[in-house]
Design a protein around this ligand. Sequence first.
Ligand SMILES: [Zn+2]
Length: 358
Amino acid sequence: MVAISYEDIVKVPKALLHDHLDGGLRPATIVELAAEVGHELPTTDPAALGVWFTEAANSGSLERYLETFAHTVAVMQTATALRRVARECALDLAADGVVYAEVRFAPEQHLEQNLTLDEVVDAVVTGFREGSALAAEAGAPIRIGTLLTAMRHAARSQEIAELAVRHRDTGVVGFDIAGAEAGFPPTRHLDAFEYLQRENFHFTIHAGEAFGLPSIWQAIQWCGADRLGHGVRIVDDITPGNPAVLGRLAAYVRDKRIPLELCPSSNVQTGAAASIADHPIGLLRDLRFRVTVNTDNRLMSGTSMSREMALLVEAFGYGWKELQWFTINAMKSAFIPFDERLRIIDEVIKPAYAELIG
Ligand SMILES: [Zn+2]
């Protein structure tokens, strides 16, 4: 088999379901925006700042990792800044060969300059639309769906859920909750999830990253999540072997084809996996869970969708067949309408990989 290079991976279409807007800024943009608003950074050299972010995120704890967001969120407080960051996000993903992406952010974190929640969403959605149009002109079309995140330690989830539904026809395709898991179970936000279900809306929940099975169980069986943000600790309910033995929760997740939004580099940084080679993605793929590959925070992890796939190729020896499988899994699990998903799978993804798989 011919080795797959990073450059080859950039060229093939990829689909991404779990990417944070405030975790993917260009370092140079942070420096410029920080200068405009007088926000102090650890360094104003873009290259050094990029290194600072990855090093701070490499400390091994989710809480420390979340601290790096103080700087990115600080420079995303005006409509102009939000629009620019979203536009550049679309362009960067498209340049990396991503043809479909769901990018999430928490509107409640962008109100320091007195924007309303609706103005925040409008600015981001406009930025994605502008970036997608520029990318299409440059020959790299990308479709972006926006997910609105509520912070799990806060008490605004119902308000954010209503905001998401209000913007469902202009680019918002789903809802999410994020933030430190310990002490903040998803069941605190049951009202929001029940509201979303009554509205026939889609949502994913950050669960089973730093925290174990109870968090995954609550997200699915109490809250009704369509997908699991990470969900990597589902391996705690699997006894490896030949054959592996699945507990009732792991069996349910696999039987129901509940998508796992796995983020290899991010999981290693937060200590949810010891290394890429030790990442449960290998086992979960072998057991045919609905596994997807994601970036989480491109800036903090110094990564991209192509890099995540290249790391998996290196660690597990995957070929184009496996990369296509991850990509189609993600596209099948997207929150946009079924006919649109099918079109991207049949007209964009399958033809490109068919040439490589032969
Ligand atoms: Zn995340």
